[in-house]
Design a binder for this molecule. Structure first.
Ligand SMILES: Nc1nc2c(ncn2[C@@H]2O[C@H](COP(=O)(O)OP(=O)(O)O)[C@@H](O)[C@H]2O)c(=O)[nH]1
Ligand SMILES: [Mg+2]
Length: 250
């Protein structure tokens, strides 16, 4: 049943379709069913156009490529393309997020067993912006000192880079933010860089619970006015909503 809900949601999330549904509803109210049948193709087309005017996006990705695994500032790209940076604890789904948003299966390497490598992976998206995959923090198999070093490595990148256009801060919709999450979020706030929060793995809970979990996370984090949107790489839902936000910053 949950799968069916998510399938419907995925279709309803497609750009244009939300508007199309509205038109169909208006059509049903105003006309006999044979008129509606005649209308349908037009409804789908104009719904799409109107949705673009209303600020919807149809993000067309042509050729995203992995550019570099940087181990230090000298290797960060020298051009001024905007960078959209994924921040979050290990295993929250940063790499999967990049693959899902770009419609690629395994451009960004995902794993069940997070590694210890301190690398920042840059994905060049059609020479218009970068998705930047930061190493995860709070990886329990690292020693305390290694975790501190990892934190410094991430902060160093956030400080020494003036091409950062947006930080996408990933949380797990099912779990309370950890103390590391809260520390990282405080740090991000202090950088004054724009950020949005994305609650990943929404497929793991019932669709009917998504809104209340989002509200709960907002309350815990004390961020009533900050954007916090659900997401699922597994089911590839809510991608349009997130693209809408990203598009405003690139
Ligand atoms: N169910 C579910 N699993 C996910 C989702 N996103 C990522 N995962 C899984 O979580 C694990 C860690 O993902 P990964 O992208 O490597 O996390 P990262 O360490 O933050 O880059 C992998 O096994 C993914 O398949 C999601 O939206 N739903
Ligand atoms: Mg990763």
């Amino acid at each position: 049943m949950r799968l069916l809900y998510h399938k419907i949601l995925k279709i309803a999330n497609k750009p244009g379709l939300r508007c199309s549904f509205l038109f169909v509803a208006i059509g049903v109210v105003c006309y006999d069913s044979w008129v509606l049948a005649y209308w349908l193709p037009f409804v789908a087309f104009y719904g799409r156009i109107i949705n673009i005017f209303l600020g919807g996006v149809i993000m067309i990705i042509k050729n995203p490529v992995f550019e570099i695994s940087a181990v230090g500032p000298k290797q960060y790209p020298k051009n001024n393309l905007p960078q959209v940076v994924l921040v979050g604890k290990s295993n929250v789904g940063k790499s999967s997020f990049i693959n899902t948003m770009l419609g690629r299966k395994s451009l960004a390497r995902t794993s069940n067993t997070p590694g210890k490598t301190r690398q920042i992976n840059f994905y060049n998206v059609d020479s218009s912006f970068y998705f930047v995959d930061l190493p995860g923090y709070g990886f329990s198999r690292l020693s305390k000192q290694e975790q501190i070093n990892m934190g410094k490595f991430i902060e160093d990148y956030l400080q020494k880079n003036n091409s950062i256009s947006l930080i996408v801060f990933l949380l797990d919709i099912r779990h309370n933010p950890t103390s590391d999450d809260i520390m990282m979020l405080d740090y991000i706030k202090r950088t004054n860089l724009p950020y949005i929060l994305v609650a990943n793995k929404a497929d793991k809970i019932a669709v009917t619970k998504v809104d209340s979990e989002i509200a709960r996370l907002k309350e815990i984090l004390g961020i009533s006015f900050t954007t916090l949107v659900p997401f699922s790489s597994e089911r590839k839902i809510y991608t349009d909503i997130v693209w809408n936000f990203i598009e405003d910053y690139i």
